[in-house]
Design a protein around this ligand. Structure first.
Ligand code: ZN
Length: 290
């Protein structure tokens, strides 16, 4: 039998919402408190989920609700949920068409019994930041520009050594980044940012790094070659940047950093001689509060 409408009777609206979130769009969900349950029944649901709703020593409200439901509809299947099914009143078990189930197993049972494909849980906004970003106007050894490792690493790079094109390539990259990103919503997802600063980009990589750092509210790892080192040092002292010295072009080091982020090893890469430690690469940057 197909399920078109489910009535969820629960005095906790959060519980109703949590169940509703998992239901496929083809299923209409009606949420009701115990005293509203009667109204819900009038809408002829194909399944009713009733919570036992027992608190401490209080008598379970679900028992009465179930009785009321059966008075009006002797056929509709009922899934009766309880955190402690062993404590559920005997008359519930004796009621026809009722399945008693532990609350946290209810969704699985419903999905199996009625062939409903549950929606997956949305990732919580409170998850740890996952995404590292590499920004360079040159190439990154071993990697094309793009997203890697199921959202672990985003590489904004060029397909070759940019040389004189550096500034215009970098401007383009920045436009891409700002086009794709909802800073307010997405910045909490950012774990770490690496920006390459060579000589061909002039002041641009430094500016880009400080702008990004400001917008994601965290210090940026500035991966800089030794050229114009004093200028880069001054920048570090003025902005929220951490400076590391890499080879001119940065491609080799950035490629190795990408490997470390993704947890892979490529032959011929010396991970021990990186200017930045594995811990520094993989730890989350501390966010500043505005
Ligand atoms: Zn250089």
């Amino acid at each position: 039998m197909g399920i078109e409408r489910i009535l969820i009777v629960n005095s906790d609206a959060e519980d109703i919402l949590a169940m509703q979130k998992r239901m496929p769009e083809t299923v209409e969900v009606i949420g009701a408190s115990h005293w509203q349950a009667k109204k819900g029944i009038e809408q002829s649901p194909s399944l009713v989920v009733v919570d036992n709703d027992a608190n401490d020593l209080k008598e379970a409200r679900g028992v009465e609700t179930l009785g009321m439901i059966r008075e009006q509809d002797s056929e509709v299947p009922v899934v009766y949920t309880s955190f402690q099914p062993g404590w559920v009143a005997g008359e519930v078990y004796q009621t026809k068409g009722v399945t008693v189930v532990k609350t946290d197993e209810a969704l699985d049972l419903i999905s199996k019994e009625y062939g409903l494909e549950l929606l997956s849980l949305e990732p919580s906004m409170k998850t740890d930041p996952e995404l590292s970003m590499i920004v360079t106007y040159n190439q990154v050894d071993g990697y094309e520009p793009g997203l890697y490792g199921d959202g672990k690493l985003l590489i904004h790079s060029f397909d070759k050594y940019a040389g004189e094109l550096a500034k215009s390539v970098l401007k383009e990259k920045i436009q891409e980044i700002y086009k794709d990103f909802e800073w307010k919503a997405d910045r909490d997802l950012i774990k770490k940012m690496f920006v390459y600063d060579g000589v061909n980009g002039g002041e641009w990589p430094g500016r880009v790094a400080s702008a990004l750092g400001h917008d994601v509210r965290m210090p940026i790892e500035l991966m800089a070659c030794h050229c114009e080192w004093d200028r880069k040092r001054r920048l570090e002292s003025m902005r929220d940047l951490t400076l590391y010295q890499v080879e001119c072009g940065g491609s080799k080091t950035l490629g190795a950093i990408a490997d470390v982020i993704l947890g892979i090893k490529r032959p011929g890469v010396d991970y021990d001689s990186l200017p930045i430690s594995v811990d520094e690469i993989t730890s989350s940057s501390a966010k500043s509060v505005i």
